[in-house]
Design a protein around this ligand. Structure first.
Ligand code: TYD
Ligand code: MG
Length: 459
């Protein structure tokens, strides 16, 4: 029996250390090290597991030339859920491992059970969180009743994998990775080593049997999927289910996809009878914004590699005290000062004796300079008290001479705005090179100076 060895693992990046450290030297995060039991294998045992040619037979296994691999092996399974199909890149790939992450109560179990009862193939739904009765209650709520969906409440990975191997389902769903545990590891369920080991076992199972596996994972307060980043490296696809629990809309976002694009999002509405696919996504933003309100615009920004449309709000009011206030939430205050100075100097729009408040709706923090154009539109809109149509959005950076500069990934931004149902989009004229405006339903409005935009919107 190997000796149990304690190590400390960073919950952010997965690096480890023999003693506790406050500041991770690898990723720089603070207070993320937690105690773990190192793998049970001794160095000797793991050494013997490394690959080496042991018999002449091994030479008989030959690599396959690319041209001889038949594409038929990759027939995707239609989930009968258009939004889910879209974020998966067209359906579930055989033998793939998909992770659906999200905050507790956001609707991950609902989404998976709804899909399991609709998909029309044999599904094994393994739950470590709820009893059969509870799952049945939920299925009744979703009006999903099919003999093809098998429920198994179990937390031991070897038991569930044995059962799955004999049942041979077309899809296996694990709810959730934090509640299951592998008998090969002594740590508690939900710890980093358990999460990592269980995911690795599920991955081996998926690749060997060609049965796709969907793993549900909870995300931490900080917004990352619990467990180290390594979990995201192992799986083929990472989907994040997001939304405000106060609102009924949910967004399914692709964070990583080995079999498709990461530019896609799926939108749902949580109703009493389950999740409804939202075919016209512009309704998402329309319901959260007030009609005809000045000082509010929508900007197409990028969150990492993904385009996100956000609402930018400005309030310009007459200052009561001598020195006008400038305040900004979710946006760099110094950049706001710069934008106001550019507006005064280059466009003759004065904010001198006005208080200016800026807010990025939804509590987001934006560093992307492409929101400049939308913010300027919001500022002028509030100053003149003239509203900007809800069907218009913006993406452009503002330079010191008042010019509107090109931004990165403009096509993705336009694509997202188009998909979300916007009708017009103001972009930098320097961004138009190589863009075919006819590809989009929305009308592109290339502008080179702030004044050109102000004239179109407010005169
Ligand atoms: P759930 O799928 O249990 O969340 P998760 O698995 O991500 O923790 O979702 C639970 C919430 O969804 C709960 O607050 C109730 C709500 N809900 C509905 O509004 N309608 C429904 O049909 C169902 C099944 C749940
Ligand atoms: Mg759940």
């Amino acid at each position: 029996m190997a000796k149990l060895r304690k190590i400390f693992v960073c919950t952010e990046c997965g690096s480890n250390s023999p003693k506790w450290i406050g500041n991770c030297p690898t990723c720089g995060a603070w207070n993320t090290y937690i105690e773990e039991i190192a793998g049970n294998k001794t160095a000797q045992e793991s050494k013997s597991a490394t690959w080496r040619v042991s018999s002449p037979k091994d030479f008989e296994i030959k690599p396959i030339p690319l041209t001889e691999i038949s594409p038929g092996r990759l027939v995707r399974t239609d989930t009968r859920d258009n939004e889910l199909n879209r974020v998966l890149g067209g359906g579930i790939v055989p033998g793939s491992l998909v992770l659906i992450g999200g905050e507790p109560g956001i609707g991950k179990s609902t989404l998976s059970l709804q899909m399991a009862t609709q998909i029309g193939i044999k599904v094994l739904y393994v739950s470590g969180e709820e009893s059969e009765d509870q799952i049945k209650l939920r299925a009744d709520r979703l009006s999903g009743n099919t003999p093809e969906c098998f429920i198994y409440t179990e937390t031991n990975t070897s038991k569930m994998l044995n059962l799955a191997a004999s049942l041979q389902p077309g899809l296996m769903i694990i709810d959730s990775i934090q509640t299951i545990s592998s008998p090969n590891i002594e740590s508690m369920p939900g710890t980093i080593s358990q999460v990592r080991e269980c995911t690795a076992e599920l991955q081996r199972f998926a690749k060997e049997t060609n049965i796709p596996v969907i793993i549900i994972g909870h995300i931490t307060k900080e917004g990352s999927i619990a467990g180290p980043k390594i979990l995201e490296h192992i799986v083929d696809t990472v989907l994040q289910f997001e939304g405000d629990r106060q609102h009924s809309y949910r967004i399914l976002r692709t964070l990583k996809n080995r079999f498709g694009s990461t530019d896609e999002i799926g939108i749902y509405e949580m109703q009493a009878g389950g999740l409804r696919q939202v075919c016209n996504p512009s309704e998402l933003l329309l319901t959260q914004r007030d009609d005809h309100l000045s000082g509010s615009t929508v900007s197409a920004t990028m969150e990492g590699m993904r385009p996100v449309l956000i609402e930018t709000q400005a309030l310009v009011a007459t200052a009561i005290f001598g020195t006008p206030q400038r305040s900004s939430t979710g946006f760099d205050l110094r950049r706001l000062h710069m934008l106001l100075a550019v507006l005064e100097k280059r466009s003759g729009i004065f904010f001198g004796q006005k208080d200016v408040f800026l807010n990025i709706a939804g509590g987001l923090k934006i560093v992307d300079t492409a929101v400049d154009l939308g913010l300027v539109a919001a500022l002028v809109s509030s100053l003149h008290d003239i509203y900007v149509s809800q069907k218009v959005c913006f993406a452009g950076e503002i330079g010191l001479s008042g010019e509107i500069r090109a931004v990165s990934r403009i096509e993705q931004r336009i694509q997202e705005a188009d998909r979300l149902g916007f009708e017009e989009m103001f972009v930098s004229k320097y961004n138009m090179k190589g863009i075919d405006p006819d590809r989009y339903v929305l009308k592109l409005r290339p502008v080179g100076k702030i004044n050109e935009m102000v004239e179109v919107l407010f005169s």
